[in-house]
Design a protein around this ligand. Structure first.
Ligand code: UT7
Length: 329
């Protein structure tokens, strides 16, 4: 039987208009543009403003952009997966809400939460559905309104995150293209370094949790940083070695964008020059599930059929991993 591979056939995205600069942050808290640029590498990030707007609104815009670019009718979609850490609400799934907003009526849909590795884990999942032969058009959307869980009095967290969304379409192919391999990891012990203290079943929202500011991101930056450098670099190098990828035949590294220093450490371990690394952290910050598709969206015109790509991520969980993909168009 002919092997069915899963390839990406289009990219859509959405970023909100409002630009939150380091200078504006420096007026809100004790920080400077210089500190943020040197220690993180972010100059500005986008913020979704507007009463009643959430993750699904950005996700829906990204999916609409994708459907329009790929000439896909909403009713042709078989499955929509949304990866997010900032769902519109605890339930139902944001994927269901996005499907409703864009008129995707013949699909089932569900969410994945894998921290900043969400889109990577989502790509692996979407690909499996396509490779099974049962699903022909799978939309994967990564979207996060990080500003809804950032404490803008906490200078160690607030410069890092921004809002945004991106979406890709996975379709079957019998060519030797698309997702070739993935290496995915989790270590739940890492939760102590990066989590949201309240709002879940262990500690539901109460006056006390609000007074204690426990509905925001809690992060022990240095511990996360160390694990992120090791996790992302190790798995990317392992992927290169397993598939005989070299600095010559690898076209692009597509890394999660949490800190410029983590991206550089990963590229250095791979021996890769910066020209082969997709980087948008300076303009968008860490958009969590939006990051990987936003990179693809911006670099789409530079990608060539057959390009060898490595995606690499690290995030809350801990979760980390890499994917090897051959670009299909
Ligand atoms: O995507 C999810 C995964 N998350 C990550 O990958 C994040 C990983 N961690 C990091 O990127 C970095 O640890 C941070 C950017 C969060 C922090 O950078 P750092 O170089 O590890 O700084 P630090 O926490 O060691 O703090 C160094 C100093 C401290 O001052 P003292 O104690 O030395 O006087 C902080 O209070 O920098 C201070 N500081 C700041 N100063 C100015 C912390 N944040 C700021 C700030 N502006 N925004």
């Amino acid at each position: 039987m002919t092997k069915i591979n899963a390839k990406i056939t289009g990219i859509g995205a959405f970023v909100p208009e409002y630009v939150l600069t380091n200078h504006e942050l420096a007026q809100m808290m004790d920080t400077t543009d210089e500190w943020i640029m040197t220690r993180i590498g972010i100059r500005e990030r986008r913020i979704l403003k507007g009463e009643g707007l959430g993750t699904s609104d950005m996700g829906a815009k990204a999916v609409e952009n994708l459907l329009q670019k790929t000439n896909t009718k909403p009713e042709e979609v078989d499955l929509l997966i949304c990866t997010t850490v900032t769902p519109d609400m605890q339930f139902p799934a944001t994927a269901n809400i996005i499907s409703d907003k864009v008129g995707i009526t013949n699909a089932f849909s569900f969410d994945i939460n894998a921290g900043c590795s969400g889109f990577l884990f989502g790509m692996a999942t979407a690909a499996k559905f396509v490779q099974s032969g049962q699903y022909k058009k799978v939309v994967l959307v990564g979207a996060d309104k990080m500003s809804s869980i950032v404490d803008y009095t906490d200078r160690s967290v607030s410069p890092i995150f921004g809002d945004g969304a991106g979406a890709v379409l996975f379709e079957p192919t019998t060519e030797d293209l698309g997702v070739i391999d993935e290496m995915l990891h989790t270590d739940g012990m890492g939760r102590k370094h990066l989590h949201q203290k309240a709002g879940g079943s262990v500690k539901p929202a109460s006056h006390e949790t609000i007074d204690a500011r426990e509905h925001f991101i809690y992060q022990e930056g240095q511990a996360v940083f160390k694990h992120a450098v090791k996790g992302m670099a190790d798995v990317s190098v392992e992927m290169m070695q397993k598939h005989n990828l070299t600095t010559e035949n690898l076209a692009w590294l597509i890394p999660h964008q949490a800190n410029m220093r983590i991206i550089e450490a990963t590229a250095n371990r791979m021996g890769l020059e910066k020209e082969k690394v997709m980087i948008n952290i300076e303009r968008f910050g860490n958009t969590t599930d939006g990051t990987l598709p936003l990179l693809l969206w911006e670099w789409e015109s530079k990608l060539k059929k057959g390009d060898n790509l490595i995606f690499a991520t690290f995030g809350a969980g801990f979760t980390w991993g890499a994917m090897y993909m051959k670009w299909a168009y």
